[in-house]
Design a protein around this ligand. Structure first.
Ligand SMILES: [Zn+2]
Ligand SMILES: [Zn+2]
Length: 238
């Protein structure tokens, strides 16, 4: 009887295949996939490799220096950022689908990628999701990184402190670091009645661009007594 069930499932897949959220191809015969991303797109995701990375922002370096030219001029409130991918190719498509095409189900995929790094680099440390602005959360109806934090808590038992909020203001996109910092200044705050935060936490986000958002979030957390803030992001936009 098992072959009947198998045939039925295969027929159903041909008739009603899901689509890969990255390339749009039908997910034929790929019912074992954990995420709606086809195997060739998953294989095309290339993590940043090589040993030489900027010790602060995580971009690959070709020189012998420890910091990139940007980070050598800045003093961030966080210790360092670690990004898994460069913000291009399939990961860019996945982030766009997740945030701008409302594919909430991709939160589990983002959580899965971050979980591997949390287990390896930040074992035992709780996470704080970088919040979307109130306006964007209201428009979308949900907050992408809060969704990822929930998935990490549910699927991997990682303690999450979703305690930051971000008031709406001008968009960050297209602004340089200084302008971004000024734009954000005073707009990130702790939720009222927030729990006491641990001494060391990991901020999580999808893209690390200038570091201004992570910096402002880290400032707020440190003002509240957190000693060390690390940042873990899915990708870095270089
Ligand atoms: Zn695909
Ligand atoms: Zn750097």
């Amino acid at each position: 009887m098992r072959w009947i069930e198998k045939t039925r499932r295969s027929l159903l897949e041909i008739l009603y295949p899901g689509l890969c959220l990255c390339c749009g191809q039908a997910l034929l015969f790929q019912s074992t996939l954990r995420f709606p991303i086809c195997t060739s797109c998953q294989n095309a995701l290339l993590p940043i490799t090589g040993h030489r990375r900027c010790a602060v922002c995580s971009i690959p370096l070709i020189s012998e220096l420890e910091l990139c030219s940007r980070c050598s001029k800045r003093d961030f409130a966080f210790e360092s950022n670690f990004s898994v991918y460069e913000y291009r190719g399939p990961i860019r498509q996945i982030i766009s689908q997740f945030k701008f095409s409302n594919r909430r189900s991709l939160a589990r995929f983002v959580a899965h990628v971050l979980e591997l790094e949390l287990a390896g680099r930040f074992r035992g440390m709780p996470i704080v999701p970088i919040p979307g602005s109130r306006g964007s959360v209201r428009r979308r109806g949900w907050d992408p990184m809060l969704e990822v934090a929930r998935a990490l808590k549910r699927d991997a038992g990682i303690p999450a402190f979703p305690q930051l909020v971000r008031r709406s203001g001008g968009a960050q996109k297209g602004l340089q670091y200084r302008a971004r910092l000024e734009n954000l200044s005073g707009r990130v705050e702790l939720k009222r009645g927030a729990r006491q935060l641990p001494q060391r936490v990991v901020l999580i986000d999808d893209i690390f661009t200038t570091g201004a958002t992570a910096d402002e979030c880290a400032r707020v957390l440190r003002r509240d007594g957190v000693k060390k803030v690390f940042v873990l992001t899915l990708s870095v936009d270089m």
